[in-house]
Design a protein around this ligand. Sequence first.
Ligand code: HEC
Length: 170
Amino acid sequence: MNRDQKFFDMYSLVIGVLAAVALAILVLTMKMQDLTQGVYVRGVDEYQQAVLERIRPVGQVYLPGEQHSASLPTAHTPAQPAPVATVMTGPQVYNSACSACHGAGIGGAPILGDAAQWVERIAQGSDTLKQHALQGFTGSAGYMPPKGGRMDLSDGEIEAAVDFMVGEVN
Ligand code: HEC
């Protein structure tokens, strides 16, 4: 056996051993994956389900009207206390609903406290003024919308505002 032949034999042996080791490592890693990730043991679907379950958010937000996907525990909400009806005073109503026009005389509105613009109106009597403020009024000066456009206000509140406006003239 010459030296070349001897080298070739040795070389083949080393290559063979390396290939065997590589194969062994491959098999070992697959086995390890089996044991740790469970993909091959339990099946992919089951595995993904398990992952989704683990990373599931703690809570979910449902907007009103949205269909609830899960049966929700019925939360005990204490009965809302009935809103306390707060009646605004004349000046409060005037400031929030009337001053826009009556403050500066917008659209011909008689200005608060301007006697010249109010005497004739006041002469009609308080009932007429209140009726005009409640139901709206179109006179020579312009258009007064019903309740000044604030239909959310009660009749009593509008009347209080009229009393306040009349009182400001003197
Ligand atoms: C959009 C503007 C506007 C708002 C807001 C408004 N008014 Fe007037 N108001 C008028 C105008 C314009 C007149 C004058 C109408 C006319 O005589 O031609 C008037 C007239 C009146 C009169 C006199 C009616 C009469 O018979 O002479 C009273 C009282 C009155 N408003 C009360 C109120 C009260 C109270 C509010 C708030 C709740 C209010 N107004 C809000 C425009 C407004």
